[in-house]
Design a protein around this ligand. Structure first.
Ligand SMILES: Cc1cc2nc3c(=O)[nH]c(=O)nc-3n(C[C@H](O)[C@H](O)[C@H](O)COP(=O)(O)OP(=O)(O)OC[C@H]3O[C@@H](n4cnc5c(N)ncnc54)[C@H](O)[C@@H]3O)c2cc1C
Length: 599
């Protein structure tokens, strides 16, 4: 076992972890630990862009961004946090620009902005160009920029180290335990502040846009230490994943004028009850549900469970003319194949590679795909982990940020391009706060055997000598979650899912791991990750089963209406010996009264 000491240790090197690490390193010794090489973090897959009311192409205001985010969240977001994020947004985008992020540009050389669902001019209610982008590889550029800056600022990186546990003694947070993947050796990082930034958990579901590493490690580790997870029932299904594969086709495609068509060639988003005003640019929960209903009614393409996303110039121009869409200078919106290629190069490349379809000439087959966890470890605006329902008790020295945190700015449904924003805004402030905490506190002594709990977990996996296959348990979990805790949910289905997850957790104790070695034992680590996914699936399902209403990403056929009287509250879930314990905490309101959402 090796021991290291840093004032601040960040777990995760995605956009959130790098921003937090960069800011912490300005005043404290800082290490960033990541199971992946930093540039392989999922932030690098973010295509569409980052939301900020710069108003570069048309009038826009942070207050409009705030309202849209609250509305998009189906009023479950904490409004003080949303105000904070949207106000900070323009400044932080310029900060990224000054760090060297190569944004796409307008003709005048300003940062280019595009339409994204749910972002509107609050006066006209028409879509507004708010999403700043670097072609369709914005996340990749954020990651590269922040990584360079972190290296320059002498952040110490531990790449391909898998964090297995936080060290929590009676006195408080003392550090973390990580396994060096190449050698199998245990490392203890003694620290004053720990920032969890481990990303999401889309791998719970069968069809997902998420990378293989999205196994919810941070949330699962927190749950095992008695820390609750918040709002886990709200998981976003993005409308446009490549059929069967789930690989994401960015919302930017619809922002550039792409149209959703059913098997009969109808533009179903304009139907009454869907989103006759903003159509394809409604928020994601609304579009995913409309797609699901179309397919259920037999309107999928060739009767199959997919629809078309069409961004061919012919279709885009036809519907732009019908919608009366214009360019900023007032001329009609007309695109050419070259323009589409210039704005969406990676998407076109993916489709050609994976589908043999060229989106400039043919429509893309798509279906909703599990995409983003709105919930996570509860925090305040400075990333501090808040463990009680009254928001009075924080856990000193522990922070969470990015997708594994829940501030909550996304409430029950996140608007596109608000996650990248969340990463950098709250990453920055939690980095500053974690360094402050470190400066004003002493190291808490390490316990005698800091790796004990992590070793126990691995030994249990290593020594299990049953006949269950990991891949089979994983497959059954993903299928039951996609079927019953997916876009639409009902009581019976969720009960079945919960029973199944519990059965799988029992069977999991009987697995067999073939690789008994130490070096690069991915078999062992994948088993540990599956145990995290199972815990998260259980918490998600229990929280979903109990919430008897439909709101944002949680849509129930048996309770179709939003019920503000009884359910305008955040869920807190604790994972205990005998199952999941639930409690609820108030939503913070500042100025927006809940209204029915109309798109
Ligand atoms: C395909 C796709 C496209 C998207 N497009 C957009 C978009 O255009 N705009 C937008 O706003 N949002 C978008 N999102 C959402 C957004 O990209 C993510 O929510 C965000 O990038 C998450 O960032 P993060 O820093 O929290 O986590 P990540 O970037 O995933 O980083 C997680 C880090 O944690 C590390 N880690 C995890 N577990 C451990 C462990 N046990 N030990 C050590 N390290 C660990 C990983 O190595 C990684 O470095 C997209 C998401 C996907 C999947």
């Amino acid at each position: 076992m090796k021991t290291h000491q840093f004032e601040v240790v960040v777990v995760g090197a995605g956009g959130a972890g790098l921003m937090a690490g960069l800011y912490a390193s300005k005043s404290a010794s800082t290490a960033v630990i990541s199971k992946l090489y930093p540039a392989r973090s999922h932030t690098g897959a973010a295509q569409g862009g980052i939301g900020a009311a710069l108003g570069n192409l048309e009038e826009d205001r942070p207050e409009w961004h705030t309202y849209d985010t609250v509305k998009g969240s189906d009023y479950l977001a904490d409004q003080d946090a949303v105000e904070f994020m949207c106000k900070e947004a323009p400044g932080i985008v310029y900060e990224l620009e000054h760090m060297g992020l190569p944004f796409s540009r307008t003709d005048e050389g300003k940062i280019a902005q595009r339409f994204f669902g749910g972002h509107t001019n609050n006066e006209t209610t028409k879509p507004v160009k708010r999403t700043c982008y670097a072609a369709d590889r914005t996340g990749h550029m954020i990651l590269q920029t922040l990584y360079q800056q972190s290296i320059k600022n002498k952040v110490q990186f531990y790449d391909e180290f898998q964090v297995l546990d936080i060290i929590k003694t009676d006195e408080g947070i003392a550090g973390i335990v990580a396994l060096e993947i190449a050698t199998g050796e245990m490392h203890v990082f003694h620290a004053k502040s720990i920032i969890m930034a481990t990303g999401g958990w889309g791998r719970v579901w069968e069809i997902t846009s998420n990378a293989f590493a999205y196994t919810g490690d941070g949330v699962a580790i927190a749950l095992r230490h008695g820390i609750p997870a918040q709002d886990m029932e709200f998981f976003q299904f993005h409308p446009t994943g490549i059929y069967k594969m789930g690989i994401l086709i960015t919302e930017g495609v619809r922002g550039e004028g792409g149209i959703l068509l059913n098997g009969k060639g109808e533009r179903f988003m304009e139907k009454e009850g869907n989103a006759p005003n903003v159509k394809e640019l409604a928020s994601r929960d609304v579009v995913s549900r409309a797609m699901y209903q179309e397919m259920k009614q037999g309107n999928g393409v060739d009767g199959e469970r997919y629809l078309y996303l069409d961004v061919t110039p012919e279709t885009v121009n036809k519907y732009a003319a019908l919608d009366g869409r214009t360019r900023p200078d007032g001329t009609p919106y007309v695109v050419t194949g070259e323009e589409i290629l210039g704005k969406l190069p990676d998407i076109i490349d993916f489709c050609e590679t994976y589908l043999g379809v060229n989106p400039v000439t043919d429509p893309m087959p798509v279906q909703p795909t599990a995409h983003y966890g709105m919930g996570g470890i509860p925090t305040d605006n400075y990333g501090r982990v808040v463990v009680d329902k009254d928001r009075k008790e924080i856990m000193p020295g522990l922070y969470a940020v990015g997708e594994n945190g829940c501030v909550s700015v996304h409430g029950s449904n996140r608007l596109g391009s608000n996650s990248l924003l969340d990463l950098v805004v709250f990453g920055k402030f939690s980095g500053i706060e974690a360094a402050n905490h470190a400066k004003n506190s002493e190291y808490i002594p390490l316990p005698e055997n800091p790796t004990e709990y992590a070793e126990q977990q691995l030994d249990a996996l290593r020594n299990a000598d049953g006949d269950e296959r990991l891949s089979e348990i994983g497959r059954e979990m993903k299928e039951v979650m996609f079927e019953h805790v997916g876009v639409f949910r009902v009581e019976e289905g969720m009960k079945e899912a919960l029973e199944k997850i519990r059965e799988l957790k029992v069977r999991f104790k009987n697995i067999k791991i073939d690789d008994k070695g130490k070096q690069f034992n991915m078999d062992l680590l994948n088993a540990w990750e599956l145990s995290n996914l199972l815990d998260i699936a259980e918490v998600t399902t229990a929280a979903a089963l109990n919430r008897k209403e439909s709101r944002g990403g949680h849509a129930r056929n048996d309770y179709q209406e939003r019920d503000d009287e009884n359910w305008m509250k955040h869920t807190l879930a604790w994972l205990e010996e005998d199952g999941v314990r639930l409690d609820y905490k108030d939503v913070v309101f500042t100025k927006f009264e809940p209204k029915k959402r109309v798109y």
